[in-house]
Ligand binder design. Sequence first.
Ligand code: IPE
Ligand code: IPE
Ligand code: MG
Length: 244
Amino acid sequence: MEIAQSSQSISEVPTHIAIIMDGNGRWATRRSMSRLKGHEQGAKAVREAVKGCRELGVPYLTLFAFSSENWNRPEEEVNHLMGLFKFFIKRELKELKNNGVRVNFIGNLKRLPQDIQDLANVALEETRDNRGLVLTIALSYGAQAEIISAVQSLAEKVKAGELQPEEITEHLFSKSLDTGDIPDPDLIIRTSGEKRLSNFLLWQSAYAELVFQDVLWPDFTKRHLEDAIDDYFGRNRRFGAISG
Ligand code: IPE
Ligand code: IPE
Ligand code: MG
């Protein structure tokens, strides 16, 4: 009997790591601080994750920073988060640029305040030619909305007679998503002990390895990243076939 060709033993760092950065609020509440402080600390952990991926040679990192559902949080918290995103992009852009990082965004950016949209565009433009880590920030992102938007754009093409329904393949559909230019995640990490995807990369995570860590996001360090990658090395990715 032939051993399945598509099974893959893992020996290299994941090509694409995606992180659901969760637990900022609990981190602060446990210290009798306002949730807003937790988000401020969370921004520091983002630097750890980016630096860690660069040092470990991970080509793609995607960070879930704000979901479509997070718009339902109290106005004060949403405004504070928007302020932090702005501050973070402004402060980090130069360093990201100098470190060869290419910045990318996914999500419904049109819902964001205009100044953040403008800054996001500056970050895209200024890092466009970089060839190091591709850092994708999911802002105002929800996978179901992303899927619907891809369906609508394909339906428009069919309506215009530019596309036949049978030409809609998994490949074309993937290319129509916000993540069309980046590979599917190999490893998804979620911090804070929650074990769900919360509307993150639902299509793209079809064969992702999932690692759930108890650490609250503000406490996340390079060591947690390494632990998650170690966990990933221990997995046997079969993609529906039989392991060799
Ligand atoms: C993640 O931390 C950050 C965002 C969702 C923006 P949370 O704010 O969800 O923290 P917890 O889950 O309430 O602890
Ligand atoms: C997911 O965390 C979104 C981000 C980390 C940006 P949430 O805290 O919003 O998820 P739920 O509400 O616990 O599912
Ligand atoms: Mg949360």
